[in-house]
Design a protein around this ligand. Structure first.
Ligand code: HEM
Length: 321
């Protein structure tokens, strides 16, 4: 009798546990069913996914996929899920969400290109980023560019064509606007973050583990933000505060954004500004062919390369004084 009672108790516990497992699974299933994922482009070949199509012309692939599937879409390539956000109104999620992780997105590239292992990278990256950012801050710039700076001071002292000192170069807003406009037209094709947790974007849930991507290149071609976006119009920057701020506008993504925005941005702007000023003081430039080459649709990391060479004739300017 006692054995029978024990068996009865055991079987009821098993039934209870089974029911619990079934209800949890059903609940999970219902929850998953209610989750809406972005449209997925799987490609024809398992695992490889869209790698070939994407690799051939990534910029074109991003544009066409967004036109076909909407402003948020996912595609598979080499076993990795990549989700693109193509509407700049969603970019704050990319730059500011804690689960959109810069370090995890770049750790493989850092290991493969610089040979820095994961542990060293995660231990030191944040500190080094802040160090570089501090060293390249506006107040340190003149110390970092002594050679070009000296050359400019020489120009100023010798009363050459243009009276140019380092301080004066900083005031050349027109030059700055030309540089900003060139960078707007040719920024990186894409930048990435890795999702360490699921992210809600509009009605879509983007699962943890996805590579989250945005394209500064296509964002800068948006007519609603930059009217006549394909044209080179330096005057569009006339109203901006200048690159002394972290970005000239909150719709300018050439230097990325968020915690790990490019720490060299002010240094880069200053160097280019000094270089262009010196170049224009020393040479008259003439385009050999009128048309400027289009960007290559293949280069998405870093500055896009031109599709063909752009020949320029340089005539040494004669000092008049
Ligand atoms: C026009 C010139 C430049 C452009 C357009 C540019 C653009 C960028 C972009 C888009 C990123 C990724 C940011 C993100 O994912 O949010 C980046 C990162 C970075 N840039 Fe630049 N950059 C330029 C010049 C420079 C220069 C001159 C330096 C250093 C002297 C520099 C140092 C870095 C570093 C170290 C990172 C990685 C940040 C980190 O690991 O925390 N960049 N840059």
């Amino acid at each position: 009798m006692a054995v029978f009672a024990e068996l009865l108790q055991l079987s009821s516990s098993i039934i209870f546990a089974a029911l619990l497992v079934i209800s949890l699974m059903t609940l999970n299933l219902l929850r998953t069913k209610n989750v809406k994922y972005p449209p997925i482009i799987k490609g024809w070949i398992p695992w490889l996914g869209c790698a070939i199509e994407f690799g051939k012309a990534p910029l074109t692939f991003i544009k066409e996929s967004s036109e076909k599937h909407g402003e948020v879409f996912t595609f598979y390539a080499i076993g990795q899920r990549m989700t693109f956000l193509t509407d700049v109104r969603d970019f704050h999620l990319f730059f500011n969400s804690p689960q959109a992780d810069f370090q995890r997105a770049v750790e493989d590239a850092v290991k493969n290109t610089a040979g820095i292992n994961r542990v060293d990278f995660f231990t030191n990256h944040r500190r080094i980023h802040d160090l570089v950012k501090g060293r390249l801050s506006s107040s340190n710039l003149s110390k970092l560019t002594p050679k070009v700076g000296r050359k400019l001071e020489e120009y100023a002292a010798s009363g050459s064509l243009a009276k140019l000192s380092l301080e004066e170069v900083k005031k050349l807003r027109k030059v700055e606007h030309c540089i900003l406009e060139a960078i707007r037209l040719r920024p990186a094709g894409m930048i990435a973050r890795k999702l360490t947790g699921p992210m809600q974007v509009r009605e879509f849930t983007i699962p943890a583990g996805d590579m989250l991507m945005i394209s500064p290149y296509w964002a800068h071609q948006n007519e609603a933000i930059y009217p006549d976006a394909r044209s080179y119009v330096p005057e569009r920057w006339n109203q901006t505060v200048g690159s002394d701020k972290s970005a000239p506008s909150d719709k300018f993504f050439a230097f990325g954004g968020g915690r790990f925005q490019c720490p060299g941005r002010r240094f880069a702007m200053m160097e280019i500004q000094m270089f262009i000023s010196l170049l224009l003081c020393s040479f008259d430039l003439e385009l050999v062919k009128e048309e400027v080459p289009l960007p290559s649709p293949r280069h998405v990391v870093g500055v896009p390369h031109p599709l063909s060479p752009c020949y320029v004739k340089m005539h040494k300017r004669v000092r008049t004084v």
